[in-house]
Design a protein. Structure first.
Length: 410
C-alpha cells in the first residue's frame, strides 16, 4: 500500500490547524493546493487519474452559483434583501434566530453550498451594521446550513446519492428528519449563546434602509434567482413523475442571464472578482482525496471492524468520523453498498445521511460549505476563523446533534 497520500493528508490537516509555518501564513486553499500537488509530484496519482478525479459537475455548480452570488453582492440587491428580511429583528437574540432558522430551512431547498456562497457576504454586512462579531455570524451560517441540509434529499450532494436508492425520498426525509433538525437548530442557538454571550446585547437594533447600487444588474440577478428557484421546484415536482435533471443545469441556467448581461455590456468585472481560489481548493481536494481513496486504507478499516456497522448509532458515528478524512461523498459511496447488501431499512440510510452531513459540524474540513464560507470571509474582510474557533463549538454541537437524531431514528 502506498502510504504517501496518507502522510500528505495528515500534513494537510496539521497545516490547516496551525495555518502558519515560520513567518508565512497559509490560506486553506493554498494548503490544499500544496497537498494536491504533492501527491501528483510523488506519483501517488497519475495526471490522467487526477483529472478524472475532479468532479466537473461540482465545479460547474459552484461556478454558476458563484456568478449569481457575486452579482447579488455587486448590485447591492443582497443588502436590500437583507434589510427587508432582517428588519423584523429587534435585538441580537432575534437576529440570530432569524439567521439560524432562515439559513437552515433555505439550505434544505437551495443546497448548503448555495447558501454558503450567497450567505457569507450577507453575514459580514449584518455584523458591520449591528456591531456584532463577524466571527460569530460566520460560524452561525456554517453550522446552520449544515444542520438544515440534513432534512432534505437535495440539501447536499451526499443526500442526493442516498436518496437515489429510496422510494419517495422527499417523504422519507421530511417525515423523519424535520422535527429533530428544528430541535438541533434551536440547540445551535443555545450553544452559540454560551460561547458568545457578550455579543447578545439587549440594545435595540437599528436597521438602515439599503439602496440598490446597480438597478440593472440587480434586476438581472433577481431574474437569475427566480430561475434557480423555479428549476429547483421543477426538479422536486418532476421527481414524482419519474423525471430528473442534474443540479448543474440549475446553477448554469441561473448564471446565464448575468453572464449574457456582462457580455453585452462588455463588462467582465464580475469574472475578475469571482472566487477562483475556492474552485482551486475543490480541484486540489478531489485529487488528494482520490489518491487517499486509492490506498484502500479507510475501506479496509471499515471492512475489518469487528463491530456492528449496520446499527443506527454505529452508522452515524463511523460516517461522522471518517467523513473528516475521505470527505462525505466518497464515504457515502463506500458505505451505501455495504448497508444495502446487509438489507438495512430506511432508518439506516437516513442515519448515513445524518452522520455524513453532521460531520460538517465537527471540523472545518467536514463539509465543503465550510471551506466556501471561511475562504470568502477571509478574502472579503480578512475574517480569520481558526481550526480551534470552529472545533471548540463544533464538538459539543456535533454530540448534541447526533444524540437528537439518534433518539428519533433509533
Amino acid at each position: 500500500m502506498n502510504i504517501m497520500p496518507l502522510i500528505v493528508l495528515g500534513l494537510v490537516f496539521l497545516m490547516i490547524i496551525v495555518r502558519k509555518v515560520g513567518h508565512i501564513n497559509f490560506k486553506v486553499w493554498q494548503i490544499m493546493s500544496l497537498g494536491g500537488l504533492a501527491v501528483l509530484v510523488t506519483g501517488s496519482i497519475s495526471i490522467i487519474n487526477a483529472l478524472k478525479a475532479i468532479k466537473l459537475d461540482v465545479m460547474l455548480f459552484l461556478f454558476g452559483m458563484f456568478v449569481v452570488g457575486q452579482a447579488l453582492e455587486d448590485s447591492g440587491y443582497l443588502g436590500y434583501a437583507s434589510y427587508k428580511f432582517f428588519k423584523k429583528a429587534k435585538n441580537a437574540d432575534s437576529l440570530l434566530l432569524l439567521i439560524i432558522f432562515g439559513a437552515g430551512i433555505a439550505s434544505a431547498l437551495l443546497m448548503n453550498d448555495t447558501l454558503a456562497i450567497v450567505g457569507t457576504p450577507l453575514m459580514l454586512l449584518l455584523a458591520r451594521q449591528h456591531k456584532i462579531s463577524k466571527k460569530m455570524l460566520i460560524l452561525t451560517l456554517a453550522f446552520s446550513i449544515t444542520i438544515g441540509s440534513v432534512m432534505s434529499p437535495i440539501g447536499n450532494p451526499q443526500n442526493l446519492l442516498i436518496a437515489s436508492e429510496m422510494q419517495n425520498p422527499f417523504v422519507v426525509f421530511f417525515s423523519h428528519l424535520i422535527i429533530p433538525t428544528l430541535i438541533n437548530l434551536g440547540a445551535l442557538f443555545v450553544i452559540l449563546k454560551l460561547f458568545y454571550k457578550e455579543n447578545f446585547h439587549k440594545a435595540k437594533l437599528v436597521h438602515e434602509p439599503y439602496k440598490v447600487e446597480n438597478p440593472k444588474l440587480a434586476l438581472v440577478a433577481k431574474i437569475s434567482v427566480i430561475i434557480v428557484l423555479l428549476l429547483i421546484a421543477a426538479k422536486i415536482i418532476l421527481y414524482f413523475f419519474g423525471f430528473d435533471f442534474n443540479m448543474v443545469f440549475i446553477a448554469l441556467a441561473g448564471a446565464a442571464p448575468i453572464i449574457l448581461y456582462r457580455v453585452f455590456a462588455r463588462n467582465f468585472h464580475i469574472m475578475r472578482k469571482l472566487d477562483w481560489h475556492t474552485l482551486l481548493f475543490f480541484a486540489a481536494m478531489f485529487v488528494l482525496m482520490e489518491s487517499v481513496w486509492d490506498t484502500g486504507f479507510f475501506q479496509g478499516m471499515i471492512t475489518n471492524m469487528k463491530i456492528g456497522i449496520t446499527t443506527t448509532p454505529m452508522i452515524m458515528g463511523i460516517s461522522t468520523v471518517l467523513s473528516q478524512f475521505i470527505s462525505n461523498v466518497p464515504l457515502v459511496a463506500l458505505y451505501l453498498p455495504m448497508l444495502q447488501h446487509a438489507g438495512v431499512a430506511a432508518a439506516g440510510l437516513l442515519a448515513l445521511a445524518v452522520g455524513s452531513t453532521i460531520a460538517g459540524n465537527l471540523t472545518i474540513l467536514g463539509a465543503a460549505s465550510n471551506i466556501i464560507i471561511f475562504h470568502k470571509a477571509e478574502r472579503n474582510e480578512a475574517v480569520h476563523i481558526t481550526f480551534w474557533d470552529f472545533f471548540k463549538i463544533g464538538v459539543p454541537l456535533t454530540i448534541v446533534n447526533i444524540l437528537v437524531y439518534w433518539v428519533f431514528l433509533g
